[in-house]
Ligand binder design. Structure first.
Ligand SMILES: *[C@@H]1O[C@H](CO)[C@@H](O)[C@H](O)[C@H]1NC(C)=O
Length: 206
């Protein structure tokens, strides 16, 4: 018996994934496509940069996502910090986090849930710093008991000139039934320039 090259390659690939953040725009794009995200969001995803999303942990180092990582729900308390890698300029930028799978991926009748929406992020040597309060504060994933894992998708947009005056969403607007593609189109954000996502399942029953 011998280990085939393709097995070895996929083992190395998985080891690389387990090690941390996204390192390739192409791989992120492929992971989005494999998870049906552009189709389900009705959004073109042609990233030109990498969005690093780091979740602080109760002990130890923050967890930095790579596209498609499965994260235990208890490790997602956040709030996340964001970094960008790529030639994207100084900003400002908009960051959104959405769940298209609520309450379940099979029947997402309340999707999308807006888990985070913030503008006025500026690029400080890669770190994205938010100079104004978020429109929707970060909300930890809470997939309901019995559901399959949900996709929690982070998207980075270049902020449009009119974004600061948008009236579609404020801190009192329901976070359910959000539509990121409609929102991005109405506020002239265009398509995201970067993104990543994680899978989070309900806590095991106790
Ligand atoms: C969101 O809006 C777009 C139009 O911008 C539409 O094509 C799409 O079906 C909508 N998605 C949902 C889940 O309603």
């Amino acid at each position: 018996m011998h280990l085939s090259l393709s097995h070895l390659a996929s083992a190395l690939f998985l080891a690389g994934l387990a090690a941390g953040q996204d390192t390739s725009v192409r791989k992120v794009k492929n992971a989005f496509r494999a998870a049906d995200i552009p189709a389900d969001l009705a959004l073109a995803f042609k990233p030109t940069a990498l969005l690093d999303v780091s979740l602080p942990q109760a002990s130890g180092r923050p967890l930095t996502l790579h596209a498609g990582i499965q994260v235990p729900r208890d490790d997602t308390a956040g709030p996340p910090t964001f970094r960008v890698t790529g030639n994207v300029g100084a900003g400002p930028f908009v960051v959104a986090m959405i769940d298209p799978d609520a309450p379940t991926p099979q029947s997402p009748s309340s999707a999308q849930i807006r888990h985070f929406l913030g503008g006025d992020f500026v690029n400080r040597g890669g770190l994205l710093v938010n100079s104004t309060p978020a429109i929707s504060q970060f909300l930890q994933p809470t997939p309901p008991a019995g559901s399959d894992a949900h996709r929690y998708i982070f998207l980075l947009f270049k902020q449009s000139a009119g974004f600061a005056d948008q009236t579609l969403v404020d801190s009192t607007t329901s976070i359910a039934k959000f539509n990121i593609s409609e929102f991005a189109s109405t506020t002239q954000l265009g398509n995201p320039i970067a993104g990543t996502f994680m899978l989070v399942a309900p806590n095991p029953a106790t």
